[in-house]
Design a protein around this ligand. Structure first.
Ligand SMILES: Nc1nc2c(c(=O)[nH]1)N[C@H]1C(S)=C(S)[C@@H](COP(=O)(O)OP(=O)(O)OC[C@H]3O[C@@H](n4cnc5c(=O)[nH]c(N)nc54)[C@H](O)[C@@H]3O)O[C@H]1N2
Ligand SMILES: Nc1nc2c(c(=O)[nH]1)N[C@H]1C(S)=C(S)[C@@H](COP(=O)(O)OP(=O)(O)OC[C@H]3O[C@@H](n4cnc5c(=O)[nH]c(N)nc54)[C@H](O)[C@@H]3O)O[C@H]1N2
Ligand SMILES: [Mo]
Length: 766
């Protein structure tokens, strides 16, 4: 970095490794600011233990869920954030109008602490007021009964348990709609749509054990040091064993460069760290498809020159479409690949060489792949590259999407989908005797569009922060306020709660860490991790308030009130969650002996036929695809057009901002920054620390974000980075992957302009 650069407040390059003592210190701070220190150690020790609760932080699995305590800074933040001793009391809400609360930052809103009472919005006083649970249910039920079922949107955020999510879908379907916007629609929908076409199932194929046998990992478009911290233990082990980890990421993420494992006593004592990436390729944002095609093309050339590169028996026996795929690669020109990926032919040939040498390869990927206009095609290209060498369905190999929320995958498994299969609907009909709706419903983007158009009248949210997580805040926020009814099941106050509709209810629920007692005794819930392992989770902490109810109880309460002629014994199910699981077993394939199997330590794995080389596609084969051209996104002409990535900081969980720092990227106490490549800055005559406005550069768009500070950063040329959710104002609602509906949060064409005041100031200095 340039030493002569001017000092910018809150920007200090971070030179250390990720992890290490800094991570322990950050954990201690999280505990101190959120929890009674008395409770904290015991609570953290229970995370991901056989008899404890599942970490609400991420969906990375644990070795059989019976390992000794795995330290994880961001897991600790997620746990302490929920187990905080701070409370949002009725007195606080009486003293602060909703309008005044809306002027607070997302960080401040959640920082007030846990919700304690069911609340209703009172327009006369502009405040949220407590009301009895039964009255809340009655009023919600009455309002819903006055609406057409398809005017209601059922939103799920992926932290909900299998039990709560399954009840939620049952409620919606008995009411008569398949409107299931969910957080997965903003996240891995490209995976859920792409992988079934390729391998017959929308889930990853690797297990944690596969990492023990792998010879090569390609890590594309994810930032595990922050978002899947427990994966760092696995990557650290791989690096120590000398397994190459090749990273593709426009930004140099510190944890992928160097990591000191807080579990490693020697590393901690000697202040040493381990290099994680064997090679770090700073691909351009949206350049992965080109890079993947380049690697595939190089493999084909090697096959022609020397043979034994492709797995011919596998391709013959298990796949279809190879010829069209290979023809397209041959026809894609190297200069296009190089220009679009920002990587050289030699670099991609080098990757192909290592890939050809490895007997077992895993490709891991995250939002850097899924959140583009052609996210689904991107996912399929990853599968293609693996299929070329038979890397699916053998030990040490496979595809590994890094899921988001800790149970987002489970939610999908148990029926949270706007396009349910005929078999599932038939099962519901057989078991309950009502006719579920067959019409497809709304995903997240369609739901918001229906709200904007006035076609949707109610939004019921099982967790999450819908309006803030979605694109185009300037249209999303008012759309919430146009609704007749919004209901939020949540733990902490957020902006979506406060964008009140004609009627708004906030229903406070138990978190993962808390004891859930029902009529039959202490309950467990179940979740499915990124590797399709299903296991039980049960909290032990005293609930944040005696009035809290569990998510299943709240969903059942609403359902019973909204469905006077219901065929479901809602209260009987809430009394004993085993009964909910029995019904899941009867309606969703793969849950045989559900209750027995979750009582075994480690739980069980959902069926993954591709791991046995069985491909549940229409042809019964794994399918190669063709990615047309090299562009993942709409191309906007102009030398000054940059591609904006929206990112998570180290101190945030989606829209939840734990603190204002992003330690590894050297940002402290602020989030109003734009990471830029120094050469791009020079060509746009911008300096480190300049204040700029960002304009969306898509034709017809006038979206902008004002007063952001430029920070010189090691990021690929032509790519810039800004924080999510602040930068969501710049993402148009229809800028999506058409196949999956996933917003393209990682590739918004933007122009960056110096603020006029700054221009004046500079001129006066001259
Ligand atoms: N602590 C914490 N944990 C979390 C979350 C959190 O917010 N905080 N969120 C959870 C959720 S819901 C999810 S979905 C996951 C998200 O986990 P990630 O997938 O890691 O999500 P992002 O932070 O959005 O980071 C994407 C990474 O991709 C890179 N990238 C951006 N664009 C491109 C591109 O075009 N190509 C390539 N190759 N790379 C690119 C960015 O530089 C960044 O390093 O994490 C989950 N876990
Ligand atoms: N620009 C941009 N936008 C993005 C992304 C991006 O990368 N860039 N990422 C997208 C992705 S991957 C995702 S998954 C979405 C996330 O979208 P959401 O899942 O909707 O958002 P979260 O911020 O995870 O939700 C936080 C809220 O959940 C509630 N909550 C927390 N714990 C619990 C609980 O145990 N039960 C209940 N009922 N509620 C609880 C709290 O009230 C909290 O305020 O955002 C998407 N938006
Ligand atoms: Mo996500």
């Amino acid at each position: 970095m340039n030493n002569k650069r001017r000092a910018v407040p809150g920007v200090r390059p971070y030179d250390g490794p990720a992890g290490g003592w800094g991570a322990l210190k950050a954990t201690a701070i999280a505990v101190r600011t959120q929890m009674d220190a008395f409770n904290a150690p015991a609570t953290l020790m229970r995370t991901n233990q056989p008899d404890g609760f599942d970490c609400p932080g991420c969906a990375w699995p644990d070795k059989e869920h019976k390992s000794t305590f795995q330290f994880c800074e961001n897991g600790a933040k997620a746990v302490t954030w929920e187990a905080t001793s701070k409370r949002v009391t009725p007195e606080f809400l009486a003293a602060n109008t909703v309008t005044s609360l809306l002027s607070k930052s997302d960080f401040e809103l959640e920082g007030y602490g846990r919700l304690t009472h069911p609340l209703v919005y009172d327009r006369a006083s502009d405040t949220l007021r407590p009301l009895p649970w039964e009255e809340a249910f009655r009023r919600i039920g009455e309002t819903l009964r006055d609406m057409a079922p398809d005017e209601v949107e059922f939103y799920t955020s992926g932290r909900a348990s299998n039990e709560a999510a399954w009840l939620f879908q049952l409620f919606a379907r008995e009411l008569g709609t398949n409107n299931f916007p969910d957080c997965s629609n903003m996240c891995h929908e490209s995976t859920s749509v792409g992988l079934p076409q390729s391998i017959g199932i929308g889930k990853g194929t690797v297990s944690l054990e596969d990492f023990d046998d792998t010879e090569l990992v390609l890590s594309i478009g994810h930032n595990p040091g922050t978002n899947h911290p427990r994966m760092m233990g696995t990557l650290h082990e791989l690096a120590r064993r000398g397994v190459p980890v090749i990273v593709f990421n426009p930004l140099r993420e510190r944890a992928l460069e160097r990591f000191a494992d807080p579990q490693d006593i020697i590393e901690m004592a000697t202040l040493r760290s381990t290099n994680i990436a064997s090679t770090y390729y700073q691909v351009k944002a949206g350049g992965d498809a080109a890079a993947l095609k380049g690697i595939g093309k190089a493999l084909l050339a090697m096959e022609q020159a020397q043979g034994k590169v492709l797995d011919h028996p596998f391709i013959e026996q298990h796949t279809q479409g190879f010829e069209a795929f290979a023809d397209d690669l041959r026809q894609t020109a190297w200069h296009e690949i190089e220009r679009e990926s920002g990587l050289t032919r030699q670099e991609l040939e080098q990757v192909a060489m290592l890939y050809a040498r490895s007997n077992a390869t895993i490709i891991t990927y995250g939002m850097g792949i899924t959140q583009h206009n052609k996210g689904t095609s991107n996912v399929r290209l990853i599968a293609d590259l693996l299929l070329m060498r038979g890397n699916i369905g053998k030990p040490g190999a496979g595809i590994c999407p890094l899921r988001g929320h800790s149970n987002v995958q489970g939610n999908r498994t148990v029926g949270i989908t706007e396009k349910p299969g005929a078999e599932f609907l038939a099962n519901l009909q057989r078991v309950f005797g009502f006719t579920p709706p067959q019409r497809h419903g709304h995903d997240a983007v369609k739901a918001l569009q229906a709200m904007i158009d006035g076609e949707a009248r109610a939004l019921l949210c099982l967790g999450g922060n819908f309006a803030v997580a979605m694109p185009d805040s300037e249209r999303a926020f008012p759309a919430m306020q146009k609704l007749d009814l919004s209901v939020h099941v949540g733990t902490k106050l957020n902006r979506s709660h406060l964008l009140v509709a004609k009627q708004t209810f906030l229903l406070p629920c138990l978190g993962r860490t808390e004891l859930d007692i029902q009529e039959s005794g202490r309950q467990s819930i179940t979740v499915e991790d990124s590797m399709s392992m299903v296991h039980a989770s049960s909290g032990k902490l005293r609930p944040a308030s005696t009035l809290l109810r569990s998510e299943p109880a709240i969903v059942a309460g609403m359902a019973q009130a909204a469905l006077p002629e219901t065929r479901v014994d809602w209260m009987g199910l809430v009394a004993d969650y085993d009964k909910i699981r029995d019904l899941i077993e009867q309606t969703v394939p793969g849950f045989d002996n559900y209750n027995a199997r979750i009582r075994r330590p480690g739980g069980f794995r959902m069926p993954l036929p591709p791991t046995r080389r069985v491909w549940p596609t229409p042809t019964g084969k794994a399918m190669f695809s063709v990615f047309n051209g090299v562009h993942e996104n709409t191309q906007v002409e102009g030398d000054d057009v940059l591609r904006m990535i929206t990112l998570r900081s180290h101190d945030q969980y989606n829209t939840t901002i734990y603190a204002m720092d992003d330690r590894y990227r050297g940002i402290f106490g602020r989030r109003d920054v734009l990471f830029m490549n120094e050469q791009d800055m020079a060509s746009l005559k911008l300096e480190h620390g300049d204040r700029v406005d960002i304009h969306t550069a898509l034709p017809g768009s006038d979206l902008r974000l004002e007063d952001i500070t430029v920070v010189a950063y090691t990021i690929a040329r032509g790519s810039v980075g800004a924080y999510y959710p602040e930068a969501n104002v710049l993402v148009p609602l229809d800028y999506i992957d058409r196949e999956s509906g996933t917003p393209s949060y990682k590739s918004v064409p933007v122009r960056v302009r110096l603020r006029s005041k700054e221009i004046l100031a500079k001129e006066s200095i001259r």
